[in-house]
Design a protein around this ligand. Sequence first.
Ligand SMILES: Nc1ncnc2c1ncn2[C@@H]1O[C@H](COP(=O)(O)OP(=O)(O)OP(=O)(O)O)[C@@H](O)[C@H]1O
Ligand SMILES: [Mg+2]
Length: 254
Amino acid sequence: MGTIIAIANHKGGTGKTSSCFQLAGYYAAKGKRVLLCDLDPQASLTKLFGFDPQTLHPSLADLLVDPNVTAADSIHATRLPSVSILPASIHLAAAEKQLITRLNREQALARVLRPSVDAFDVVLLDCPPALDLLNTNGLAAADELIVPVQSSSLAAQALPEFMRTVEAVQREVNPSLVLRGIFVTMHQPNTGHSHAVLEVIREQFPGKVFDSLIPLSVAAKDSTAAATPLLTYAPTSPVAEAYRRLADEIIHHA
Ligand SMILES: Nc1ncnc2c1ncn2[C@@H]1O[C@H](COP(=O)(O)OP(=O)(O)OP(=O)(O)O)[C@@H](O)[C@H]1O
Ligand SMILES: [Mg+2]
């Protein structure tokens, strides 16, 4: 059965969507069947793959609220071989509001996703930048959590608050959720600021910070803009190498 990995941080712009995309590229190249799940009403990952969230149907929003829609209906192939997506649409925010009144509202995603997980080796959940019900559903459905943190002191300061939320979800909703690790994105190796931020995060979460540091890089931005993973877009770039190492750290022998 596939491992469900949530990529989450309530802070905006920490590299969640970019990292989902890049990791999907690496795992697919290793022959893994990858499912991406876009839990963000901004639908960045969905748009990256060329889908139109205005017209897309059925999407995750339909799957969450319409009992007649199955996960198999809502999962779409992408133009990357072995990578499928359960996309977001403009109805996702409304779907979240509908969930609020449901029984067992935190488990809605887990319930609908589980039957399809067998068809994949890795399921990556791109969580929204909020401590909302969609984020909680992502954490509730996941086996493992990885947390990208942007290399900035404000992002590092926000991390303990997010981790308290994760602990609450582990306590009350998903006791089997494992914090797999934290990784730093947009790292600037030659600056004292980036080093200081890294030290703070390592001190706060000893043994939980991945060795691989994702550098700040125009190639990373260009790769997502071109919807082409770094592995093919800029395979020899330092950021491609950093994501390759991170992918191996997350799933050993992937
Ligand atoms: N390693 C990197 N180097 C330079 N820019 C990056 C890097 N990683 C991501 N970015 C850029 O930073 C911005 C935010 O990245 P991304 O959308 O992946 O973050 P996010 O956490 O998903 O954001 P949100 O919280 O809004 O969902 C994007 O413009 C992206 O292209
Ligand atoms: Mg995002």
